[in-house]
Design a protein around this ligand. Sequence first.
Ligand code: MRU
Length: 376
Amino acid sequence: MSNNTKTLEAIKYTRGNLSILNQLVLPHETLFETVLNVQNGHAAIKTMKTRGAPAIAIVAALSLAVDVYTRQQDEEFSTVDQVVRFLYESLEYLKTSRPTAVNLFDAAGKLWTLIQATAAEAKEPATVVNAYIEAAEQMLVDDVKDNKNIGKFGAQYILENAKDKENISVLTHCNTGSLATAGWGTALGIIRDLNANGKLQHAYCTETRPYNQGSRLTAYELVYEEIPATLICDNMASALLKQNPSVQAIVVGADRVAANGDTANKIGTYQLAIAAKYHGIMFIVAAPSTSIDLNTKSGDDIVIEQRPSEELVTVSGVRVQDDEPTCIRIAAADIGVWNPSFDVTPASLISAIVTEQGVVLKNGQSEFDMTSFLKK
Ligand code: MRU
């Protein structure tokens, strides 16, 4: 057990200043890059320098906060209408960066509602600017608090439902830790909570091909946080479950949870849920309520982002002999490529959805009622 409470920080923000940890070069290099405006924010998200559903929303919101702050300092806005138009167009632009994680759209919607309400009463553009900045900053603060609660509720659920409470190991997929959020993490936050309370025997993380969020980012976080952990290839998961009964839960994050609980998450999540069902272990989705999209009835309506074929046929890293960054081709030239970034796990395969407000269960049904849960 480790009492380590140190946490990685991927988003550094003070009013007027934002920098993000470039996740394309992790774990080989720690490189912070300055985000000066919405163009920088959009590019960081689209190229996946910053990634993970909550982090995408927060970096988008904060990139606009620093942009509008600078413009306000430069006295660019002379009317309320002018600043409202700028904020509207910027939010619309940021929404085009990546399509699947709903947190971005949720944040943009909430911020736009606030802008409109503030503008209706405002006499000076500064009033709208300040209200926007404060709301965006609050998102950064709230995310860490929400993640700690997800960690607590998720660990409690696992402990209550584990068949062997003394031997609890957990498998996770993709990266849902401090790098994917404002801090602490969602699914990885549950693992951290179990570990901090001496209840975790071992964590396993998948490599998460093709972008390798597991081997590059989650493995990095687990090592950093001194959590006992082992990396596996994606295609080893079922074999692990068969030969290691201590693995009693698979815990993953979410990019979008539909109203019935169907969940879009990193490609490979669905096959893990099938394996969990076959082996009779818990399959848990951990996500803040900002990942729940009540406007999407089921997983069939979720837009799945297709990523460039280059991400599948090449691998970037550093050379073994001298740590020099390099990119190599690993597939036959001219082969066709299908590269969906996410898949949808049907609610029927999910044991529980853990949010900062508590754990959602199916209560004997085949689907979750996320609408009633959020209305409580
Ligand atoms: O393509 P990515 O790296 O942005 O995908 C990330 C995931 O699928 C995560 O599991 C999800 O966003 C939750 S992060 C707390």
